[in-house]
Design a protein around this ligand. Structure first.
Ligand SMILES: Cc1cc2nc3c(=O)[nH]c(=O)nc-3n(C[C@H](O)[C@H](O)[C@H](O)COP(=O)(O)OP(=O)(O)OC[C@H]3O[C@@H](n4cnc5c(N)ncnc54)[C@H](O)[C@@H]3O)c2cc1C
Length: 549
């Protein structure tokens, strides 16, 4: 890499991020013969699974599904021990992939990209890192992740806290021992719900500070039986293909055929009980066709889960506080847990309602809410992420035509297919806003985008096009379509990170595409087949390859 005083290093493509998306991009673009360079802020590969090392961190898509499909050898040789992969197991897998395909040699670790500027004369991006180094490439690929910008706590008094505090998304690598400590966990989203049962087993006392109760279902995690693994592996190619034909990009769940309102109360209870016993969120949401479309239908499922909470939690007041009342089930990320609600029956766990009595400050010895003081030795912030736009907006992305991402996304993200943005030629996003990314099995979503991008580059190379850009009208239509599709569902009713509600001041815009993986992929494929409809190509050039190999 060059320093500011020397010539920038030249690549065909720069990839920002080495999570599962960035890694596959390295692999795929290398196979096109391109010279690539990835920059990664972390000290290793894995993205989400590198950073989120909190106790209990686990995938909520079954591990046989949550894995790469691009290499049959890889999917046949890897053994997943449990139904849902733990963070250490998934990180081990991602490291195995990086080694197996020799991906590390093109990654610069511990290096954060601070700026990316497009020059229209040369159709190239110039990228500057926090080390001051500069690199140039024809293409820039943002594999920066949807849940990679932890929401840092900004409570008054935090700096003066005498104990230790942690964010689940930036967990220390050598772990944390809470034995004998008074611990406060702030936040009851997925990370909070996964970590609370484990922290409760260690801590002297655990206080859970809850603003919004969320729906959580039992994961029913267990070892994968060898015969199940063999059967799954024997059908892997068919299952991967089938996954692209489903709403959430996950195969193996029979799609629902009936409205919840067409079933009798007794029939519904039987169906929900069976799904509850089976475990898993897709299966539960697949109980009926309209759980995410009709409030009345949804309420039957929401109330079923509330009844389960009341039946599990001994203290009636605590149980009532844990019953979600602010959103229909499934409209926020549906959580999977292991003994979450049971944890509140322990003598050393207290649930504190901070919706009615908000946190006012962190004190040197703990935390003060509107009506009480809590003495704490450690605080865990399970406060989530500046989702979907945070990582991109942290980079100063601009063009020589004076367009910046800051301005472009001032009122919320605008993209064409979640892959490109009008005004930013040759800049691709992997699982960008307005694509199904976070509403799907994300490794599959990353593979689909990378494959599409690689095919597009191939198309450009064959025709000698120097650049590609999304057309404004196509982008406008896609943003409109994204919103229309979301408005036909119950999703926008929730104050979720899908609409940026967890970040004060963030524009309220529904960000993921919820028209389903199947419809989305068909659309992407059609657009490519029709000569990249809605995209404009730049001047033809003699020498397409930008960097000498
Ligand atoms: C706790 C947790 C559990 C999850 N569970 C599931 C699940 O069960 N199923 C599922 O499908 N998805 C799940 N996800 C979503 C998960 O993020 C994706 O599955 C997947 O790992 C995303 O991969 P990625 O490469 O797109 O992004 P990431 O894994 O987020 O990687 C992005 C990388 O980019 C780097 N980066 C960002 N900005 C810069 C910059 N400016 N310069 C250099 N590097 C940068 C980051 O350091 C990071 O390593 C979960 C997410 C979290 C946080």
């Amino acid at each position: 890499m060059s320093t500011p005083s020397s010539e920038p290093a030249r690549f065909d493509a720069i990839i920002v991020g080495a999570g599962v998306g960035g890694l596959y991009a390295i692999y795929r673009l290398r196979r096109l013969g391109l010279k690539v360079r990835a920059f990664e802020a972390a000290g290793g590969v894995g993205g989400t699974w590198y950073w989120n090392r909190y106790p209990g961190c686990r995938c909520d898509v079954e591990s046989m599904e949550y894995s790469y499909s691009f290499s049959d050898e890889l999917q046949q040789e890897w053994h997943w021990p449990e139904r849902y992969g733990t963070q250490p197991e998934i990180l081990r897998y991602v490291n195995h992939v990086a080694d197996r395909f020799d991906l590390r040699r093109d990654i610069e670790f511990n290096t954060r990209v601070k700026q990316a500027v497009f020059d229209s004369d040369s159709s190239t991006w110039t990228v500057t890192t926090d080390k001051g180094s500069v690199a140039t490439a024809r293409f820039c690929i943002m594999a920066t992740g949807n849940l990679s910008t932890p929401r840092r706590p900004n409570y008054p008094g935090l700096d003066g806290f005498g104990g230790k505090w942690y964010h689940t998304g930036l967990w220390p690598h050598d772990g944390v021992d809470f034995t004998g400590l008074r611990v406060g966990v702030i936040g009851t989203g997925s990370s909070g719900v996964q970590s609370i049962p484990i922290i409760a087993r260690q801590a002297r006392h655990l206080y859970v500070f809850q603003r919004t109760a969320n729906f959580s279902l039992p994961a029913r995690n267990a070892p994968i039986q060898p015969d199940k693994e063999r059967a799954h592996k024997a059908e892997y190619p068919e299952r991967r293909r089938a996954a692209y034909d489903t709403p959430f990009g996950i195969a193996g769940y029979p799609p629902p055929v009936k409205s919840a309102l067409d079933a009798s109360e007794a029939e519904r209870q039987r169906a929900y009980e069976a799904k509850w016993a089976e475990g898993g969120s897709i299966s539960f949401l697949y109980s009926y066709t309209d759980l995410l479309l009709s409030k009345e239908a949804n309420e039957t499922a929401s109330e079923f889960v509330r009844r389960k909470i009341r039946a599990t939690v001994n203290d009636a007041k605590t149980a009532e506080l844990l019953c979600p009342d602010s959103h229909p089930i499934g409209t926020k990320r549906l959580i999977l847990d292991t003994e979450y609600y049971e944890t509140y029956n322990r003598g050393n766990v207290t649930l504190v309602d901070i919706r009615s009595k908000p946190i006012e400050a962190i004190t040197p010895v703990g935390l003060r809410t509107a009506d009480a003081e809590y003495a704490l030795d450690a605080i865990v912030f399970a406060t989530g992420f500046d989702a979907m736009t945070g990582a991109m907006k942290e980079i100063d992305i601009r063009t020589d035509a004076g367009v910046s991402i800051e301005d472009k996304w001032e009122d919320g993200p605008r993209t064409y297919l979640g892959i490109m943005m009008a005004g930013f030629p040759n800049l691709f996003m992997i699982t960008g806003p307005q694509s199904p990314g976070v509403k799907s099995q994300m490794i599959l979503a990353c593979e689909q985008h990378v494959d599409w991008i690689a095919d597009c580059m191939q198309h450009m190379r064959e025709r000698g096009f120097s650049c590609i850009e999304a057309e404004e009208t196509a982008e406008d239509a896609w943003v409109r379509h994204n919103n229309e599709v979301a408005d036909r569902t119950l999703y926008p009713l929730a104050n979720s990170w899908y609409v940026g509600a967890n970040i004060p001041g963030k524009p309220r815009v529904f960000m993921p595409y919820v028209g389903g993986v199947s419809a989305y992929k068909k659309k992407c494929d059609e657009i490519a087949c029709n000569g990249y409809e809605g995209f404009r190509f730049g001047a033809r050039i003699e020498e397409w390859r930008f960097a000498a190999k």
